[in-house]
Design a protein around this ligand. Structure first.
Ligand SMILES: Cc1ncc(C[n+]2csc(CCOP(=O)(O)OP(=O)(O)O)c2C)c(N)n1
Ligand SMILES: [Mg+2]
Length: 324
C-alpha cells in the first residue's frame, strides 16, 4: 500500500493531476459558448481533490465508478485529454465514440468502469463488481463516487446494505457539496448527518476535507488499510464547495439560492490554491509549478485542436454500442 505522506515527486505528480483537471475545465469554460460541444457539462471546479486524492491512494489497476460530474475522475484515471475532448466535441475519437458525451465518460481498460447521468445508479454497478470480486476470491477494492443527492435514492441504501451484509471490499465516496442542483441538504434530508446515518451499518467510516488533497489522501489511506485488515465496506465523506452552476460553464451567484463567498473564502475553498501554498512551503518553487502548468496547457490545447478536426461518428455507428 502507498504511503499517505507524499514525497516531493509524488506531490508534484498529484499537483499535475489537479492542474490537468482544473485547466481542462477552464478550457471548457472558454470554448463552450461557441456551441461546438453539444453535451451538457457538469464542471467539478472546487471538488477536484476528492477523485484525485482517492485515486492517487488506490492500488494500480483498481476499478472505479462515478457520476456525471466526472471530468476530474476521468482525467486522473486516464490523463487522456485527446479522448476527453474528443468525447466532449461528439467525435469518433472519444472513448464513447462521441455518443457518450460528458456525463457517460468511461474507459474500462484504464479502470474507470462507468459514470452516469442517473443519480445513484453506479452504486449498484460498483456493488456488483465487488460481489464478483468476492466470488472470484479477489482482494481488489472497488470504489464508487456519488454526490450527497444520491444518498436520497433507495438504490444507494440497497447497495450499502447488501455490501455490508456480504462484507464486500468496496469504498463508497460521498462528494458532498451540500447541493442537489439548487437545494441545500438541510432542505432535503431527514437525517442529521450522512456519516452518522451510515454509521449504523457494519462498515468502516471516515471523513476528509474535500478541498485538501492531502486530507483526502490521508483518510483514503486509513480506510483502505481498514478494509485490508478487517474486510468490509468503507464510507468516506468529503465536503467541498461547488464554484459553478449545477450544469454549464458559468457562475450562478445571481440565481438567488446562495451568496457569492468573499474572495478570501473562495481561496480557502479552492483545492488548487491550497495545495500550491502547501507545496511552496515544503520545498517546491513557483517555477516548478509554472512548468507543470505550461506543460498541461500545451497538452490541452493540442487535444482541443485535434478534437475540433476529428470526424463525427459515421451514421452506421448510431445503433452500435447502445442498448436497444
Ligand atoms: C435518478 C435521478 N433522479 C433525478 C435526477 C435529476 N438530477 C440531476 S442532478 C440532481 C442532483 C444530484 O445531486 P448530487 O447527487 O448531490 O450531485 P451533484 O450534482 O451535487 O454533484 C438531480 C436530482 C437524475 N439525474 N437522476
Ligand atoms: Mg451535491
Amino acid at each position: 500500500m502507498k504511503s499517505d505522506v507524499l514525497n516531493k515527486e509524488e506531490a508534484l505528480a498529484v499537483y499535475r493531476k489537479l492542474i490537468l483537471a482544473r485547466l481542462s475545465e477552464e478550457k471548457i469554460q472558454e470554448e463552450y459558448f461557441k456551441d461546438e460541444m453539444k453535451t451538457p457539462v457538469h464542471l467539478g471546479i472546487g471538488g477536484e481533490a476528492i477523485p484525485i486524492g482517492v485515486c492517487h491512494s488506490l492500488p494500480a489497476k483498481s476499478k472505479v465508478f462515478g457520476t456525471y460530474r466526472n471530468h476530474s475522475l476521468y482525467l486522473t484515471m486516464t490523463e487522456d485529454t485527446d479522448g476527453f475532448f474528443g468525447e466532449l466535441y461528439g467525435k469518433a475519437t472519444g472513448p464513447g465514440k462521441g455518443k457518450a458525451g460528458s456525463m457517460h465518460l468511461s474507459a474500462p481498460e484504464k479502470g474507470i468502469m462507468s459514470t452516469s447521468a442517473e443519480v445513484g445508479t453506479t452504486n449498484p454497478d460498483a456493488f456488483g463488481a465487488a460481489l464478483a470480486n468476492a466470488y472470484r476470491k479477489s482482494n481488489e477494492i472497488v470504489t464508487v463516487f456519488f454526490g450527497d443527492g444520491a444518498v436520497e435514492e433507495g438504490v444507494f441504501w440497497e447497495s450499502l446494505n447488501f455490501a455490508c451484509f456480504r462484507q464486500l471490499r468496496i469504498l463508497f465516496v460521498c462528494e458532498d457539496n451540500d447541493l442537489a442542483i439548487h437545494t441545500a441538504t438541510k432542505d432535503r434530508q431527514g437525517f442529521k448527518s450522512i456519516l452518522e446515518a451510515v454509521s449504523g451499518f457494519r462498515c468502516h467510516g471516515g471523513s476528509a476535507e474535500g478541498n485538501d488533497v492531502q486530507s483526502v489522501i490521508k483518510s483514503t489511506h486509513q480506510l483502505l488499510k481498514k478494509i485490508v485488515d478487517d474486510p468490509k465496506p468503507a464510507f468516506l465523506h468529503a465536503s467541498y464547495y461547488r464554484f459553478l452552476e449545477h450544469v454549464g460553464p458559468k457562475e450562478d451567484f445571481n440565481a438567488g439560492y446562495r451568496k457569492r463567498p468573499d474572495p478570501e473564502e473562495m481561496d480557502r475553498f479552492d483545492p488548487v490554491i491550497r495545495f500550491e501554498k502547501e507545496l511552496c512551503q515544503n520545498g517546491c518553487n513557483a517555477n516548478e509549478l509554472d512548468a507543470i502548468k505550461k506543460e498541461m496547457e500545451a497538452k490541452i490545447a493540442r487535444s482541443v485542436a485535434a478534437a475540433q478536426l476529428a470526424p463525427f461518428p459515421a451514421p452506421e455507428e448510431l445503433y452500435k454500442d447502445v442498448f436497444k
